[in-house]
Write a protein that binds this ligand. Structure first.
Ligand code: PLP
Length: 457
């Protein structure tokens, strides 16, 4: 719905929106949607339209909207102490408690958590720590970072480079030279239709080995990957992928960063994607699910192996030259403590696993045989429907047809939010963990209607 009232006008005149077609928005060709309130899995806009948010904001409001426990914790913290910094050993009860809660939940070999504000800055921190690590170890040439095409790691300078999506590079002079990309583990989009999943994994491994051989292992510091590709298409890895990739990394002394901004704290029905897939990362990136987005907070969890070298570095060079004013912000930390407690108290991770499996299964039953559905895939509370022009030949639609965005719009018109993923005709779902089976049924039924509306006109 387009508006020409005061708020819409201020919006168009003053607000530089992220990830938006700026010119169309400024000209008033796209909607200004102003969200007023939210509860559970539903958001409500200023017209009073209630929408079932089956993407949990940007897959971040994991515990659902309107949780008073977190709001109260934030308010209490703001009244008691809205801010103090975390430099030179300072902290708050909330930030110290949250560190312990995170390490209690993280894989055993992890040692400490550095706090940032969002996923992008956490991954910027990770790259700096990795460069520092190799400098302290006397390996100044070992600096390049390998990322995957279709990976999403943020939109800063290094992190926008790590992100393997063209839109994030084009006209921004990215990727930076220190970042190199390897194949996405996207079996459905394999070029050789006859290839088995095992053969496809072997090909991903071979192409990683080739890249390492071409660049020289002594120039490569780390490999970063999301346990399940997120923004690149919601693609769980083929069986055996992480084992095979980790064997290569170990052979060449290349660190592994697990970017768990989406998967951390329960989205796969387990606490961390790393443990879900048997990954042993050197660093884990966390953000979204840490506070369920009630306040901005992210983290870099570093392993014992990394921590020891960082300690050595500060013994040799003095305090670590890295920090943000808002690192470990007390309000974010208070939100994090309340959020992790709520996940436990309401058994929400287990619900994410069981209702997520139900959502995937019912979506499969409803649309699995549709002639324009190529694949339905997911893990935990993540689900994606990928559309194709022709199923048998796996022919994709022209991007200009905007099939994915059309289906997302037809879904929205019925009051359900799914996300047209940015590369390919892929409709993504990542609902809050409190989704009920009845709400999952509604998402599926309305997706079927949306699909039929777009394909049958
Ligand atoms: N890493 C992953 C896996 C993400 O999905 C995202 C955001 O969607 C980021 C990093 C960047 O996080 P932020 O947008 O908070 O900077």
């Amino acid at each position: 719905m387009l508006h020409n009232d005061q708020l819409s006008q201020w919006d168009r005149e003053n607000f530089f929106h992220p990830s938006t077609h700026l010119a169309q928005h400024a000209r008033g060709e796209t909607a200004t949607r102003i969200i007023r309130t939210a509860s559970g899995c539903h958001i409500e806009d200023r017209e009073g339209n209630k929408l079932l948010d089956a993407f949990a904001g940007l897959y971040c409001v994991n515990v659902g909207y309107g949780r008073q426990e977190i709001a109260e914790a934030i308010a209490d913290q703001a009244r008691e102490l809205a801010y103090y910094h975390a430099y030179v050993g300072h902290g708050t009860e909330a930030s110290v408690t949250l560190s312990k809660m995170i390490l209690d939940r993280a894989p055993d070999h992890m040692s400490k958590v550095y706090f940032g504000l969002g996923g992008s800055d956490a991954n910027e921190t990770n790259v700096k720590l990795i460069w520092y690590y190799n400098n302290i170890l006397g390996r100044p040439e070992k600096k390049k970072i390998i990322s995957r095409w279709r990976g999403y790691h943020g939109s800063g300078l290094v992190t926008g480079s790590l992100t393997g999506l063209e839109l994030f590079h084009k006209k921004f002079d990215l990727p930076l030279a220190q970042v190199i990309h390897t194949d996405a583990p996207y079996y459905f989009r394999r070029t050789d239709a006859a290839q088995s999943e095992d053969q496809f994994v072997a090909q991903c491994v071979a192409s990683l080995e080739e890249l390492i051989a071409r660049e020289g292992a002594d120039t490569i510091a780390a490999f970063i990957g999301e346990p399940v590709l997120g923004t690149g298409g919601i693609v769980p890895p083929p069986a055996g992928y992480w084992d095979a990739i980790q064997a290569v990394l170990r052979k060449h002394d290349i660190l592994l960063v697990a970017d768990e901004v989406v998967t951390g704290f329960g989205r796969l029905g387990t606490m961390f994607g790393s443990t879900h897939y048997g990954m042993t990362p050197d660093i884990i990136t966390i953000a979204k699910g840490l506070t369920s987005a009630y306040a901005p907070l992210s983290g870099s969890i570093v392993s014992d192996k990394i921590w020891k070298v960082l300690e050595q570095g500060t013994d040799e060079n003095g305090p670590i030259g890295h920090g943000w004013t808002y690192s470990a912000h007390p309000i974010g930390a208070a939100a994090g403590v309340a959020n992790l407690k709520l996940l436990d108290d309401l058994n929400l991770i287990s619900n994410a696993g069981s209702v997520g499996a139900y959502l995937n299964q019912t979506m499969q039953e409803a649309l699995g045989d549709h002639p324009h559905v190529g694949e339905i895939r997911g893990e935990g509370m993540l689900c994606a429907v990928e559309f194709v022009k022709d199923r048998d030949s796996r022919t994709f639609f022209d991007a200009n047809d905007k099939i994915g965005p059309q289906i997302a719009a037809a879904l929205l018109a019925q009051g359900v939010i799914g996300r047209a993923m940015p590369q390919g005709d892929i409709l993504g779902f990542a609902p809050p963990f409190c989704l009920t089976k009845a709400e999952a049924d509604e998402v599926v039924a309305k997706t079927v209607t949306a699909v039929n509306t777009v394909f049958q006109g």
